[in-house]
Design a protein around this ligand. Structure first.
Ligand code: UGA
Length: 434
């Protein structure tokens, strides 16, 4: 079993560290945030991720995982050093590399033996070569040998543990094939395809994958908007398309747009990388524009229904950017609420996990409630923004009684239009051709 150090205890770092420990390795997780590390020692998870706490606890009890802020302690006997720090969007859409740079420089300063550096952070193409230069300069006059492997991660928030343990594929890119093969051994027991490439190609695979998925969603959202005009049903259109094995059924759910901590920053960063290298990525730019439009489209739909929405009471179900997470970064719900309040609508809202974080970003006048029924009381309309499981089976008779009006805008096509219409609602979905 191997000795692994993971720099960064966010979604990617902590899940990676915990899962490697669960597979029997000895893992040291490092973070510069002392509060986070103190919390982890007490079993407090810094993020909401189903199943993570149990795995961390199990590994901690078995002494296979530990946490520190001290680089020297973290790197002491590390064979493999994984970088899993954030690369948020910079001012012009570029990936902000300050955390990666700091991590690489700290490793260079501290480590005193040979190792393989594995990058899991989503980084601009060429970062691996840049890091190699830094390490080469530092270790030129020493016995220390190193290799760099790009190992992009494809975890989804909410299903991250399962995605780690049952991956579709592992991508390893390096200028030293033997180093990639060493890292491949760490994943051997997961029995999935392992693709070994050069380092720049692996870095590109990550951006290309996220951009493709975002494009797939923007594509179906554009088709949905056309469906609305021509009287077709996008849910069935997606079904009909998805049965073609070349297209596939996944990521074809039309809705109010994609958000989260990855797609928005990664598509922007890829546009930035392309422009920096002198090409104009027209499709990627359209993918972003369609996604921005989709949020405004919701407001337009309310305006078509009500005329003026000033003074209209609208209840919102769901604030997180998708179900099973408390993450509200780039959440469509948050933007839509801002647009609606700017136009004078009165907003009430509820989310099963994201209420605390939402308080920090939502306009002050938004009222947050403890459950869906409080949200809808006295409202003219109800908007479903995030398709949480608990919203699937609501008591719509009760909701009908509690609401003042009868408009439902189902932003994720979650509910059955016919049964809600039968109950007396005016039901609108996305791309349902009404
Ligand atoms: C995404 C990718 O799916 C992961 O493979 C990747 O590792 C991760 O980014 C990352 O780069 O770290 P995540 O951001 O957790 O994962 O979320 P997704 O489940 O992919 O959903 C992204 C957005 O697309 C959500 O807002 C979701 O509501 C929206 N979506 C998804 C749709 O609107 N329609 C769909 O059919 C699917």
């Amino acid at each position: 079993m191997s000795k692994i150090t993971v720099i960064g205890t966010g979604y990617v770092g902590l899940v990676t560290g915990a899962c490697f420990a669960d597979l029997g390795n000895t893992v040291m997780c490092l973070d510069i945030d002392q509060k986070r590390i103190d919390g982890l020692h007490k079993g407090i998870m810094p993020i909401y991720e189903p199943g993570l706490e149990e795995i961390v606890e199990r590994a901690y009890r078995a002494k296979r995982i530990d946490f520190t802020t001290d680089y020297a302690a973290a790197l002491q006997s590390a064979e493999y050093v994984f970088i899993a720090v954030g690369t948020p969007s910079g001012e012009n859409g570029e990936a902000d590399m300050q955390y990666v740079e700091k991590a690489v420089k700290k490793i260079a300063e501290t480590i005193d033996h040979s190792f393989i550096l594995v990058d899991k952070s989503t980084v601009p193409v060429g970062t691996g070569d840049w890091a190699a230069k830094i390490l080469q300069e530092r270790f030129a006059e020493t016995e220390i040998k190193f290799s760099i492997v790009s190992n992009p991660e494809f975890l989804k928030e909410g299903t991250a543990i399962n995605d780690f343990m049952r991956p579709d594929r592992i991508v390893l890119g390096s200028n030293n094939r033997a180093a990639s093969e060493k890292i491949a051994e760490l994943y051997e027991s997961l029995r999935c395809p392992i693709l070994i490439t050069d380092i720049r190609t692996a870095e590109m695979i990550k951006y290309a994958s996220n951009a493709f998925l975002a494009a797939k969603i923007s594509f179906i959202n554009e088709i949905a908007n056309i469906c609305e005009r021509v009287g077709a049903n996008v849910v069935d259109v997606a079904k009909g398309m998805g049965l073609d094995s070349r297209i596939g059924p996944k990521f074809l759910n039309a809705g109010i747009g994609w958000g989260g901590s990855c797609f928005p920053k990664d598509v922007k960063a890829l546009v930035h990388i392309a422009q920096e290298f002198g090409t104009q990525p027209q499709l990627l730019q359209a993918v972003i524009e369609i996604n921005k439009y989709q949020r405004k489209h919701v407001v337009q739909k309310f305006e078509e229904i009500f005329g003026d929405i000033k003074g209209k009471r609208i209840g919102i179900l769901g604030l997180a950017f998708k179900p099973d997470t408390d993450d509200i970064r780039e959440s469509p719900a948050v933007d839509i609420i801002k647009y609606l309040t700017q136009k004078g609508a009165i907003i009430s809202a509820y989310d099963p996990a994201a209420m605390e974080l939402s308080k920090l970003v939502l306009p002050k006048e938004v009222s947050l409630y403890e459950n869906p029924y409080q949200v809808v009381e006295g409202t003219d309309a109800l908007l479903l923004a995030t398709e949480w499981n608990e919203f699937k089976q609501l008591d719509f008779e009760k909701i009908h009684q509690l609401m003042h009006g009868n408009v439902i805008l189902d932003g994720r096509n979650l509910w059955d239009p016919q049964s809600l219409t039968d109950l007396g609602f005016r039901y609108y979905g996305i791309g349902l051709g009404q």
